[in-house]
Design a protein around this ligand. Sequence first.
Ligand code: GYE
Length: 346
Amino acid sequence: MKFKKLVAVLSTVMLIGAMTVGCAKPAETTAPAASTEEAAPAPAAEAEAKPEEAPKNEKLVVGFAQIGQESGWRDAETWSILNTAEEIGVDLKFSDGQQKQENQIKAIRTFIQQEVDVIGVAPVVETGWETVFKEAKDAGIPIVLVDRRAAVPEDLYAGFIGSDFILEGQSAAKEMATLLGNKGNIVELQGTVGASAATDRMTGFTDELKNYPDMKILASQTGDFTRAKGKEVMEAFLKAYPGEINGVYAHNDDMALGAIEAIKDAGLKPGTDIKVVSIDGVKGIFEAMAAGEANVTVECNPLLGPQFFKAAQDLKDGKTIEKWIKSDEGIFRQETAKDDLPNRKY
Ligand code: GYE
């Protein structure tokens, strides 16, 4: 079964409250997984239990509002969340927002109605979350931001688990400078407009570039974190600046992989004629690096399941969590890609 279909099936299964990740069977339908209408029925026994009889260490119930399935990175994160939930026996209600903030907001409202213990959300864009986060707060349900940030006052979320996107952008710029000998023209493929991962990766890169007066960004446009749009935008850049582009900086590997196709279609050699630097560290870019077609990836770790559920359990236990739980990340280059490849987990 194809990964996307599997995720859709698993998502649907989880929404009706069953934790059957490992043994999910192909369903008849690939209907959007974002439907969060069915609230899990409250088990009768639990509803009747008197407070003093309530079982201790009862199951952790978590709602997770995922963004969608735009990239290999996102698929890896989804797997990490689903698999960890299964492994440790969490009652997970999972929603795929299909890139739409309104779907994510709807999912959060459903989780509030379902009285989950904790809500995790990967906010597709940074703004527009205040109202729904307030609703969760009023219901006494902590929000944990996973992998992308939301621009809300600090008291509206318990913590953020994820990377330093500004640092990733700075590292990418330094790597590009090394590859280009501190001189040359760059095109930038941005992630989803308004996403913290895009805004900060742009800021970090642009700020760092100020240290290199002979390096210039010729053009910068969104490719929405997808391979198809990365290719499309790169094709347009190649037409607009024939012979002028020395490097492409993509906010994620998927867009870089799309750009590599466009560069090849234009009769040029990616990794040589045009240097390719991107962010994430997915297997596909290691394969491209091993083939000499990409140069550097700045790692951004999607395997956040264990940290997320640890935080959720802590919150359920009444503990506070760190406001920013950072992920450990490295930088990987073409020279070691063949050796690195077997060790990559996503
Ligand atoms: O880099 C990109 C994805 O939010 C950090 O989203 C994440 C980004 C990741 O689609 O590939």
